[in-house]
Design a protein around this ligand. Structure first.
Ligand code: COA
Length: 254
């Protein structure tokens, strides 16, 4: 993974960094720094923002979705407000509230995670992927969740040994982040029992770990996204090279 490159979202109008078939692009969106207009949001996004009670959460939600539109619009070579989303069928009930996808094309896949003032958007061509960002301070409550996160092998390997310690809590959050990225790549979300699959304890030379127990071949990679936050990306198929970009503080309205 390369170090984060800062990019002004307006420069995306002339095309984003090239995305090869062997790579994944991950964009960190610092929502609290966003000052471009949010006029690009669609009716549904405006309504979702309005339903949030806290004005800070409203601003962050709008900023993340505006950024997502700018970024995806760059890759699709279209205006941010022309990006169209759809939802896959839910793997549990069949209704169309499953994994979000682009209506324009099924070649470009993306996945989004939001936490506090950050959005994390991952993109790749012709490969399902999932991404997660978590705040490190959440680790405090995590050690209680080991039985809901770790498979029998993982629990035997490190859960029991460090039970109750700070290290156990940090490990539990790390495992949670990895596993959430996996269930998002698979599109099933937390409907899949996290204890039903394992993440390899050893990584390959590029940091990818194989996932054991899922139907699709899946790999997961830890991401260093921002101080105090943990990130992970999972891809179905083969491991890819990952480039991390950070939207640069932008000023001036659209
Ligand atoms: C997907 C899921 C894991 C997200 O977890 P989270 O910690 O709340 O949130 P994150 O910020 O990491 O990710 C949220 C984003 O994931 C994406 N997402 C939603 N559903 C998804 C799915 N099935 N697969 C992958 N990504 C999904 C969306 O872009 C969403 O953004 P939004 O909250 O702005 O709409 C969780 O919401 C989930 O498990 N959903 C499915 C639950 C389910 O199966 N319900 C069955 C109903 S019948």
């Amino acid at each position: 993974m390369t170090a984060a490159i800062a990019i002004d979202p307006r420069s995306l109008r002339t095309g984003p960094p090239p995305l090869s078939e062997q790579s994944v692009h991950v964009w960190l969106i610092p929502a609290d720094e966003w000052t471009l207009g949010v006029a690009v949001l669609d009716r549904d996004e405006v309504a979702r923002a309005a339903r949030l009670r806290d004005p800070l959460q409203q601003r962050r939600f709008a900023a993340v979705y505006a950024s997502v539109r700018w970024i995806l619009g760059g890759y699709l070579r279209t205006d941010p407000d022309a990006v169209r989303f759809e939802r896959a069928a839910c793997m549990r009930c069949g209704q169309r509230h499953g994994k979000p996808a682009l209506r324009q094309t099924d070649l470009l896949r993306f996945n989004l995670s939001r936490r506090d003032g950050f959005g994390l958007l991952a993109l790749a061509t012709a490969c399902e992927l999932g991404v997660d960002i978590e705040a490190a301070h959440r680790a405090r409550r995590m050690h209680e969740l080991w039985p809901m996160i770790a498979s029998r092998d993982e629990f035997a390997h490190w859960g029991r040994r460090r039970s109750g310690s700070r290290a156990a809590a940090d490990s539990a959050l790390r495992l949670w982040t990895r596993k959430e990225s996996v269930v998002k790549a698979l599109g099933v979300g937390l409907a899949l029992d996290l204890t039903s699959f394992s993440i390899a304890s050893e990584a390959d030379a590029n940091g990818w770990r194989s996932v054991v127990g899922t139907v699709d071949a899946t790999y997961v990679l830890d991401l260093s996204v921002a101080p105090g936050y943990l990130g992970a990306i999972a891809v179905c198929g083969e491991p890819r090279s990952v480039s991390l970009f950070r939207l640069r503080t932008a000023s001036g309205a659209r």
